[in-house]
Structures are given as structure tokens and as C-alpha cells.
Design a protein around this ligand. Sequence first.
Ligand SMILES: Cc1cc2nc3c(=O)[nH]c(=O)nc-3n(C[C@H](O)[C@H](O)[C@H](O)COP(=O)(O)OP(=O)(O)OC[C@H]3O[C@@H](n4cnc5c(N)ncnc54)[C@H](O)[C@@H]3O)c2cc1C
Length: 623
Amino acid sequence: MSHLHEKDEVFAAAPVLPGVHRSTVDQDQLVFHLDIFLLAVLAFFTVITLPRVFTRFSRASEWTQGLFLYYAKLEAPPRPRRRPTQIRNAATVAARFGSDDAPMPDAHAHIPRRQIEGKRRSIAASLRTSFFFPPHMPALSTTAPTFARILRYPITDLTLGQIVLLTIYFSLLVYASLYKSSLFTDPLRAGFVAMSQIPVVVVLATKVNVIGILTEYGYHKLNYLHRYAGAFLAIAANIHTLGYVYQWTLEGVFYEKLQTNHVVWGFTATACCDVLAILSTAFWREKAYNLFLTSHLIAFPIFLVACCLHQPGMTPYVLAAVGFYGFDILMRLVRTRIVTATIHPVPELGLTRVEVPSLNAGWRTGQHIRLRILSIYGMGWWGSTEIHPFTIANVEKTPEGMVLMCKKVGDWTEKLFEMAKVAEYGEGGAGAGREVTVMLEGPYGGPGHSVFASYSGAMFVAGGSGITAAVSAVQELIRKDIDGLSRVKVIELVWVVQTHASLTPLLPVFTSLLEQSTMTTLRIDVYYTRAAPSEVGKMELPAGLSLSAGRPKIAKLLEAVLDCTLSITFGSKTSRGCLAGIAVAVCGPPGLGEDVRQVVGSVDPRRRNAVRGVELHEEAFGW
Ligand SMILES: Cc1cc2nc3c(=O)[nH]c(=O)nc-3n(C[C@H](O)[C@H](O)[C@H](O)COP(=O)(O)OP(=O)(O)OC[C@H]3O[C@@H](n4cnc5c(N)ncnc54)[C@H](O)[C@@H]3O)c2cc1C
């Protein structure tokens, strides 16, 4: 604590101006305790997450998953093992998952009944042999679904839960600012509060995030907290600066003060704060992402240096921030790989497929990496320095290695697509692809401590390029099921696209998934929202895959998954006691996420309890 007393002396040495009220409270101690309180809140969230942490890591295989990308030697595919799964109510499955008696509206293909019957028989005839389902620990949202539903209620671009958390945080800052003090007579207090929040803002911005490691939230899910904490810091810094400007102007000493170094550095720090806060707003992030990024790269280091030169007493807080950031950079370097990738254009989906054969393991489904294309020729000087996040589109340990699907939405993704197109239709010929050197950083994010294979049923709702995460999750469940490592027996994959043409490039993937799902009931429903059904000819689709016009009725689809899951038994007479809930994962634009959130929140409580919970996992593409 000695540094705190030293700091008090430093601040005490600052001249007390006439009319400026210096608080009698030990300001340093006050803001130090503010940070300790915030740490206690973090400890609370860590403790309530612990049961899920222990459950997940009770299996040794989880210890190494999702940390580092690497190459693993591929073994021959395992032979399917038989497990004691039974579908109690065959009619339920047949009705939803393919009976000709229950056609989907506007569907262009139906599953022939005999195929479903065959699949059902193969499952129902399974014998008791070795299997090892992962242990399941429901999320807190399952324990208190009504509470979770209220907290997930959307208000503007935040949920009620996020607003409550931000309100508590803001109230703490206000309390620390006003305790035995006044914003009008004691501008120093706001400076102390701003200083105490520097490490908080920085730790919330890091990719390898200490808070994310302790709780279940990846860095991109904590990003809203970083933005608001940064804004609160900027407000406090401005109150501090403007308070002194006001006092000095009244005293007529403003220009005199401007001659002193520590005041100039104070103004510099506040100006940096303002630049960071203004250029971080949604407007700039969406319209000029690079400006937002560059402003951070330049203004943030200047801000830290300016703080130390403004008041040396701020140095411990700045060093804490530098420590968090240094750890982040180090871990990011350790997680960085420079490899050769092959890029292919997929015009039907308006995206570029990136294949990295030399990295085929080390990620969990739903995780993303940050991609940099090291080609000045194709991407330009600026483009080759940019780094963009993309969800890994397949399971690990496949011959094609890691696959990314990068939809063209702006300059960078457009350039990548053009680069791939030139190669595809150039000398190498169609399908050859183009080899490029890429830098991959990650993996990050993912489903936290949830293990999809530990649930009884799963529903994936994907919008546009969000299908990448959903497909890899389904692939993993099917593969684990073949190995007897997945409890999931019912899978529904819903994909919403603009035109039916989007289905063509993914048809082989979907067909392969359906063929492999010999022991799991898989249904894939694709919905196109732009073309009229009359424009779409009759397409030859495999059993289990449907193509329909319009938007999906998510509530109805989820009810069907509930019905089927409730019909499953694991060798016992009823499903009671053997079910472990349904995971509903949504991956796509924020609007789709909200729809699914509402549907999950309004599931009949009795059915929810019967199936042991319906849990939502959101992976929104965007900041
Ligand atoms: C966790 C995560 C996973 C994602 N996974 C996929 C995926 O699998 N497939 C896919 O097609 N898209 C995915 N995206 C979106 C993808 O990263 C952006 O579409 C891409 O970065 C846009 O770059 P651009 O310069 O072409 O477009 P721009 O026009 O510059 O930007 C379009 C939008 O993307 C955002 N954006 C731009 N650059 C970045 C960046 N470096 N980091 C974060 N956001 C940025 C902007 O805020 C803007 O809203 C993902 C995004 C996130 C956050």
C-alpha cells in the first residue's frame, strides 16, 4: 500500500486553488476500494460458474480443447458403435422428422417414410454396449428460467440484464465520485475515479481476457462492458478537466496554468479519452472500422503516457493496465500461426472459402479465429495489415484442415473474394484455388463451459454465413455420437438465407451430414426469404433436408424438437430421469438472435421442466 501513500503525497503536493474544495476523504483509498468491490463482483460470477467449470473439466479431453491450433495426425475413421438409445414414441419422430403425413409448408422435398423408418429401426434396435456421455451441468438460466427470460429482455441493442449490470457499475462510480464530495467544488475526485477505471477498461478490451477465463464470457461478449466502461472513464476525465478549467477561469489563472507541464499532459490525456470515446461509437465502427481501430492504436498509448506524466501517482494503475495488455499480447503471439491457406470463391453464397490443411485441430465448435491475409499484391498495403474475425466452419481432425467461410460485406472481404476469383478462373482452372500466406490468431470464444454433446436434443438456427458455426457443431455431434460420446439424439438445423441458390454449394455438406447421422435423428430445414416459390424449380433433395419459402416458424420447430426429445429413452421405459435438456444455438444477425431468444423464453414451463431445460447459446456476428 506504500505506493498509495506516496501517491497521496504527490496529489497533496498539487496546489490547492482558492474556491476549490479538497475532500477530507482519503481519495486514493476510496477508489482503491471501488476496484476491490468490482473484483468482489467478478469473484461472485466466478464462484457461480465453478460447478460448470468442474463438470466440463472433469473429462481430461476438455483440458486441451480450444486453446491452441495445431496439426494432428489423422487416424482411420472409427466404426460406428451401437448404443442403448430408444425412441419411445416412434410416431412423434416420424411425424416431425419426415413422415409424408406431416409435410412442411411450401417444402420442396420430403423425407420418404421408409427411410425414416429404417433409421428409427436402426436406433431402436441398438444394444447395450459401451458408451460414455459427457456429464451435464445445466446453466443457471435453466435453474431460474423466468429470471433468465426477464434478464434477456431486449432494450435497444442491450438486454435488460446487461443494462442492470451497467446501472450497478455506473452507480458505484457515481457513489465514489460523490461520497463526501461535490462535482462542482472538487474536480479532483472525478480524476481519481477515472484513474481507478483504467485497468478495468483495458482488461475488458483484451482478447485473452482474464474475466472471460474466470466467467463464461468470451472477449466479444464482454465488449459492450468495455465500451461503456470506456465511456464512463471519458465522462469522469472530462468532469475532472472541465472542473479545473472552470475554477481557473474564475480565478483568472487559466493561461498561467496552461504553461505547466502536468496540466498540458492532463489535457492531452483527456483529449485522447475523447478521441477514443467518439471514434468508438457504433457509427464509426460500422462506417469506418479502420479509423476506429487506428484511433485506438495511436491514442491509447499516448493516453497511458500522458496519465503518468500528468500525475506520477497514476503510474500503478497504468502499470496494471499495461500488465493486462502485455499478457494479452503475449498470449496472442503464442496463439498465432503463419501458414499457407487455399482460397476458393463461392459465388452462390457470396463468400470465400478459406482452407488451412496444415492446421486441423485445437478448436471447439463455435470458436472463431482472427485472420490476416499476408498478401500485399492481392489485399493492398492496408488490407494486408487488417485482421478480421471468422468462425471456424468445420470440426477438427478432417483432411481439409480448418475451413473458414468469409462472406463479402465490405472492402476487405470483397478483396479476398476477388483474389480467390482470379485464381479460380485463371491458369489453375476451376477448383484449383489460390494459395496465400495467412496469419491466424486464436481460437477464441465458443460455447463457454457448455458441452453440446451433454444435452439430449439440439437445435441450431443460422442466418446467412452463420451456418458455418452451426454446421461444425452438427458435424461434431454426429461424430461424437458414432463414438458413443454424445447424448444428443435429436438435431434440428434451421438455415435462413436470401435465395434458394445459397443451398447449392452446401448441398454436399448437408447430404453428407444426413448420411452420417445413422444413430441420431437429424433434420435440416432451409428457408429462403427473397425468391418466390414459383421461381424455384423442384430440387432433388436428400431425405431429411427441406427447402421452404418464407421465414421459419421457430416456435413450431422448437416444439417439434421438444416432442422428439421427450420421446427418447436410453433403454428405460420412459424418458424421465434420462434427459439432459435441449441446447438452442443461434448464429447470425442480431435480429434472428432476438427472435430465437423470445421463442426460447416462451416455452411452456411444464414441457421445459420435462425435458430438463431449454438453453440458449448466442453467437452474434458483430460488435
Ligand atoms: C466473433 C465473430 C465471428 C464472425 N464470424 C464470421 C464468419 O464465420 N463468417 C463471416 O462471413 N463473417 C463473420 N464475422 C463478421 C466478419 O468479421 C466481418 O463481416 C468482416 O470483418 C467485415 O470486414 P469488411 O472490411 O469486409 O467489412 P466492413 O464494411 O469494413 O465491415 C462490415 C461490418 O463488419 C465489422 N468489422 C469490420 N472489420 C472488423 C474487424 N476487423 N473485426 C470485427 N468486426 C469488423 C464492422 O463493424 C461492420 O459492421 C464474424 C464477426 C465476429 C465478431
